[in-house]
Design a protein around this ligand. Sequence first.
Ligand code: GTP
Ligand code: MG
Length: 425
Amino acid sequence: KQSRTNDIRTENSPLQIFVKAKKKINDIFLEIDDYVDDTVRFIDSLKDDHKIIAQEEVQKVEAYKDKVQGIRYVLKRDHMKVAFFGRTSNGKSTVINAMLRDKILPSGIGHTTNCFLQVEGSDGEEPYLITEGSDIKQPVQSVGQLGHALCKEKLCESNLVRIFWPKSKCLLLRDDVVFVDSPGVDVTPNLDEWIDKHCLDADVFVLVANAESTLMLAEKNFFHKVSTKLSKPNIFILNNRWDASASEPEFLDEQLDEQKEVRAQHQDRAVDFLARELRVYNTKDAEERVFFVSAKETLQARLKEQKGESAHSGALAEGFQNRYFEFQDFERKFEECISKSAVKTKFEQHTQRGKHISTEIRQTLNEILDRTQKMKAEQMNAQKEVRDKLNFTEQQLILLTQEMKDKIHRMVEDVEQRVSKALNE
Ligand code: GTP
Ligand code: MG
């Protein structure tokens, strides 16, 4: 049953926009590669005849081969990247775990994540990690062990540890989404380095805020910096720990009003931040980017569901269903946003380059064709002259021989006449 639901989810997932586009553009570049190959082979076979193909043309076409190979290499590795930021303990790692439906990243009270952690899909069945500057695959069996492996390494906070998690265990990873977890934005003086190293190729940013407090300057500053380096970044704001606002059943009405008020306040401030301060969206679109969720609860619910228990048994407080739906709503909008953005940022440029390469090669071939046609015409002309001359000579010869024949004939006749006349006489 699980696999059937997964199949349905896969087909309907907005991530398929990216997955299909990636397949298509890879196929197209395979064709371009063949086309360039054929051209190189063809041109190579003619290159000794210097009159037909110039040496520069051979070099130009051969250079495209490397370019196409380079693009194909990048395209195979292109993915959708989402990066999570926010203050320490807001629940960044827990949000990622909830989306991946598994306890992959260490989470806990206090300052837990102390360097950048990138989770990406791998084809094998065993998870492993690779630290920055090394290519040794260290096996990872459990979250505890991952935490331990990370503590052992003397890592600088802007360092990147890549965690390879089996694609078979998670649909998002199979569809080429890569997750980047970060240390709290409040613990670093190196925001610029962080942005240059980890953010410039991110398709979506998620600001994990704490619904128990308001957006802090550290969080706002970070996104101000991001939006000076990237034009109109895609930002989602998750007001996490929303379970903490839930009412105790005995004070239901009173607390519900308070909860509504808090929500409206957070919503207004978040929308104001996105629309008026950062100017990345208009107010209406900004409203669609703010969510109130409980990552911890969602993760628990999903783990319970996987064990065949009811999602509700993972609830932390009243109002579980709404928070769970809101998390799913966030995921849907996130998937739509990331796949469209990644198609545009990752493939648009390559599409232009692919077009450029095929146009250039076509033009080169057209020039060669023009040149050969001209050469052929010239040769035909040259041959025609020879032919005319021969024709003329032939004609002349015919005329000449005819004349000779006539002359000889007349001479013979003359001789004959004279002979017979002499005989008669
Ligand atoms: P750092 O890595 O230290 O920057 O923190 P983080 O933002 O990654 O937070 P983390 O996911 O480690 O969560 C911090 C603590 O908050 C953990 O004990 C989580 O279990 C808890 N937590 C996370 N999300 C929620 C939530 O939605 N509700 C509640 N009640 N607790 C949460
Ligand atoms: Mg963390």
